[in-house]
Design a protein around this ligand. Structure first.
Ligand code: ATR
Length: 288
């Protein structure tokens, strides 16, 4: 921070409950300083029952928009005026843009996931082979759609609660059918069945600081497979450390957070920002 804002400063922020641990103010703050933009990006602690009120106040307060995090991403679908196809397919809104005639809800998580892999593992391509997704929450849905769009021939959905994985498969069925992607649902005890996979993604909270470790046997995973985790605290999760030791290419989860932020910044502040090493270092310092 430090810079004074003019009366015309461009404003955006992140709505969450709680929102105190969000790294987004640090992330967008870096880009605002880097581009010497007269603007600010602030944390907005919005209680679940006040989301609609808070969203409606954005234009009145001169905000260009906001990011949304837990627990607002799904409820926001019904609280904005229009949603993009990406938000409709993801079933969640993470980026709101104030437009002249209302609020637009977008979802950039799938974009962030793919852009991170493209930047960090350029030799990998979704069409190379089956992808195994651990988890069936909101993050898994956005990532699954992105992988289907990118041409993954097969997705294996593995989740502790099998019915959630089945529900996710049902939601993805039409998109997968259009793209000729085979969807398979596997019970949690079969998560070690990784043969033939070219991508392994952990979208569960296992391995996150304060959560239980992810217990996974990588013996069956082909050597060429890329391993990635959406957990970024710690940056090198147990899964990534084990995969790295076995010689797999690995991509950490911080890059997805950085890349998903780009479309919002561009829409609110008019500059397409870069994901640089300096940005990574600044955001990492916020992990404490
Ligand atoms: P998000 O929307 O961010 O993906 P979520 O909906 O809470 O978050 O999903 C968390 C994921 O982590 C789920 O797939 C959850 O499995 P369940 O659907 O069975 O709840 C998974 N998860 C959390 N704790 C777990 C544990 N101890 N063992 C296995 N999976 C776990």
């Amino acid at each position: 921070m430090g810079a004074y804002l003019s009366g015309r400063a461009a404003l955006a922020g992140i709505m969450g409950w709680p929102v105190g641990h969000s790294l987004s103010p640090r992330l967008h703050g870096f880009w605002l300083r880097e581009h010497r933009i007269d603007g600010a990006y602030v944390p907005l602690a919005v209680a679940p029952d006040r989301l609609e009120q808070a969203l409606r106040a954005l234009p009145a307060m001169g905000f260009r928009g906001a990011n949304l995090t837990i627990p607002h991403k799904e409820p926001a679908l019904a609280a904005v005026d229009r949603i993009t196809p990406a938000a409709a397919r993801a079933g969640a809104v993470n980026t709101v843009i104030v437009e002249r005639d209302g609020l637009l809800g977008d979802n950039t998580d799938g974009y962030g996931f793919m852009a991170n892999l493209a930047a960090s593992a350029p030799a990998w391509h979704a069409a190379d082979g089956p992808a195994v997704l651990l988890g069936a929450g909101g993050a898994a849905r956005a990532i699954a759609i992105a992988l289907i769009d990118a041409g993954a021939p097969e997705l294996r959905l593995v989740n502790r609660t099998l019915t959630r994985a089945e529900a996710l498969a049902a939601q993805l069925a039409d998109v997968a059918h259009e793209r000729d992607t085979v969807l398979t649902v596997l019970p949690w005890q079969d998560r070690h069945a990784l043969s033939g996979a070219c991508l392994l993604v952990n979208t569960t909270s296992l391995g996150m600081a304060g959560q239980p470790p992810l217990e996974l046997d990588l013996a069956a995973l082909p050597a060429r497979a890329l391993v990635t985790d959406i957990v970024y605290s710690p940056l090198e999760t147990g899964l990534l450390a084990t995969a790295r030791a076995r010689g797999h290419a690995v991509v950490d989860g911080l890059g997805m957070l950085l890349h998903q932020a780009r479309p919002g910044f561009r829409a609110w502040f008019g500059v397409d920002p870069e994901v640089s090493d300096a940005l990574r270092a600044t955001v990492l310092a916020g992990l404490g």
